[in-house]
Design a binder for this molecule. Structure first.
Ligand SMILES: [Zn+2]
Length: 571
């Protein structure tokens, strides 16, 4: 059934590709006499096509929504005729449109206007940011925000008393940068009736002090105890945020994003926003259902049929096997430094059953798995489903793969399983070096975010951002994967430098491999005749400049299906 859906999506894309592009005023209608004539040609550049047979070119011709020709400037110029626009790239770098293999478009879009704590790396900076926001927003009933890092707190975790000191008279609830841990003040706990008597919900923890009192830290599913009280944005507010988020994504050079989990209500809103701002393609995963009964599968299949265009396509379901390292909720074979070995959210049997049901019904399954035990559980479920159902080519995906056992890496290639990693996850800031690495201990830290080892094991590795966990600015992601340093260049030489990638490998993971990860490598992800005219023009040649300069690269132009979706003033 995946094959059928793929063909449908391919057919939908082909149909839209065959359709005429909007004609420019004064231009003759397209006919046989114009066969082979481009609408626009871009010449005199350095084009990285992503095609193994012809990785480099100088020029690109576009007709309608697709690429007409790629090659030397003189050859591509032959496609120009009356009405063809010729753009001189003046040596600039062109790459296929960036594809973010894992993000949360609504969360990211909302984060553009929320209280953000990401770059407040110290406790004083963090408290000042919260205080400023509370002062500037006296009418907000709640003080809410996201992005604090564990390293900002002396104990690696915050407490309600610290938040009471900043926000005493209103409920406050602030979520960690990874979205897996909540920090509530006393009033928020009181409103939510979280007391020493409150039991830990399944898959979550109410952190308590030595006397058994809640500290204000709520891990994983326990976040909902308070989170459900926080005023939610209304549908029109979500749509407004999404329109801004889509425009921002185009400015970052993105032409496609993979939405890692979405509710049935939110996909309707996303669909409207994409119609209003048609500057992005979205490949969406619905939220996984723990018990995919025939009724559930029928309902989800209906959504899959409805959203099957090249602009918004549903093809996967996404679930969580475990949590995150810093909160010690990622599932590990061996205990963390200081104890605990994580919380798998399923038993292996439950996971096997759900994955097999989706596999049988033709779905691609995306499973968040960070700890070595969680990753093994996900791989095992995929392998068993393929065996039980006799299926191949589903391209199931493990999301994040932060701390795999080295011996498990060959299982990706063997099982045709996609390694979906996030280029900025090894970003060696205070949180990473001060909390993440010490929580793992040295042996596990050495095999964390092992991008090079994953490539060497022959896996298809698709890069994403996990926006809003990290920015979805792709050049920042490429810079991190290539240098493994912060933008300030620390630590010198990079963190675990043996796992650094070449710029070309990083580009490939953000283009061709990410297209493969959504069953769309025939339609996009590289620049070749007949493929979607999705590409970016960058200010610097990523393949030629020193790695430490990659981060300064500007996106000058983003083209999606032949149409400009972003153009910098300087282009
Ligand atoms: Zn995510």
């Amino acid at each position: 059934m995946t094959r059928r859906v793929t063909i449908l999506a391919g057919a939908a894309l082909a149909a839209s590709l065959a359709g005429a592009a909007p004609e420019k005023a004064g231009q003759a209608p397209r006919g046989l006499d114009r066969a082979g004539q481009a609408d626009r040609i871009f010449v005199g550049g350095r084009v990285w096509t992503g095609e193994p047979g012809q990785p480099l070119a100088e020029a690109l011709a576009v007709r309608g929504t697709t690429v007409l020709a790629v090659g030397k400037s003189a050859d591509v110029r032959r496609h120009s005729g009356k009405g063809t626009e010729v753009v001189d790239l003046r040596g600039r770098f062109v790459a296929p449109g960036f594809i973010d293999g894992h993000l949360h478009l609504l969360g990211g879009s909302l984060s553009l206007e929320e209280l953000r704590l990401d770059d407040a790396e110290t406790f004083p900076a963090l408290t000042q940011r919260v205080r400023d926001w509370a002062t500037a927003n006296p009418d907000a009933h709640w003080v809410t925000g996201e992005g604090w890092t564990y390293a900002a707190f002396p104990d690696g975790l915050p407490s309600r008393l610290q938040l009471d000191a900043i926000v005493p008279l209103r409920p406050a609830f602030l979520v960690s940068y990874d979205g897996h841990t909540g920090w509530a003040n006393s009033m928020a706990l009181r409103l939510a009736s979280v007391t020493r008597e409150t039991k830990d919900p399944p898959g979550g923890e109410v952190v308590r002090d030595a006397k058994g009192e809640p500290t204000g830290v709520l891990k994983e599913s326990a976040m909902e105890l308070v989170g459900r009280l926080v005023p939610k944005p209304l549908p029109h507010e979500k749509e407004r945020a999404l329109r801004a988020g889509i425009a921002q994504a185009a400015a970052w050079g993105l032409t496609t994003v993979h939405q890692a989990g979405i509710s049935e209500e939110e996909i309707e809103i996303l669909s409207k926003a994409l119609e209003a701002v048609p500057r992005l393609r979205v490949y969406a995963a619905l939220d996984i259902e723990r018990d995919p009964t025939p009724e559930v599968l029928a309902r989800q299949d209906e959504i899959r049929r409805r959203f099957a265009s090249d602009r918004l396509r549903v093809g996967a379901v996404k679930g969580y096997v475990d949590g995150v390292v810093e909160a010690k909720t990622a599932a590990m074979f061996e205990p963390y430094v200081g104890g605990g070995s994580g919380l798998p959210e399923w038993t292996q049997e439950e996971l096997d059953r759900a994955v097999a049901a989706y596999d049988k019904a033709g779905w691609q399954v995306m499973l968040h798995a960070i700890g070595d035990r969680g990753i093994d559980m996900a791989l095992t479920a995929f392998e068993r489903a393929a065996r039980a159902n006799g299926t191949t080519g589903r391209r199931h995906r493990v999301e994040h793969i932060e701390v795999p056992r080295t011996a498990d890496l060959p299982r990706f290639k063997a099982g045709g399983i996609i390694a979906s990693t996030q280029a900025m996850f090894p970003y060696p800031n205070r949180n990473h070096l001060g909390v993440y690495v010490p929580t793992l201990g040295p042996e596990r830290a050495r095999r964390a975010m092992a991008f090079k080892a994953i490539d060497d094991a022959g896996a298809v590795q698709a890069f994403g951002s996990d926006w809003p966990v990290f920015t979805a600015e792709v050049v920042r992601g490429i810079a991190c994967a290539v240098t493994r340093t912060t933008v300030e260049g620390t630590p010198a030489g990079g963190w675990e430098p043996s796992q650094r990638l070449t710029a070309e490998a990083a580009l490939r993971h953000f283009t061709r491999d990410a297209a493969f990860a959504e069953h769309a490598e025939k339609e996009k992800g590289t620049l070749a005749p007949g493929k979607a005219a999705d590409f970016v023009v960058l200010s610097q040649d990523l393949l030629a400049i020193p790695p430490e300069r990659i981060k300064d690269t500007k996106v000058l132009l983003t083209v999606l299906g032949g149409q400009d979706t972003w153009r910098a003033k300087e282009f």
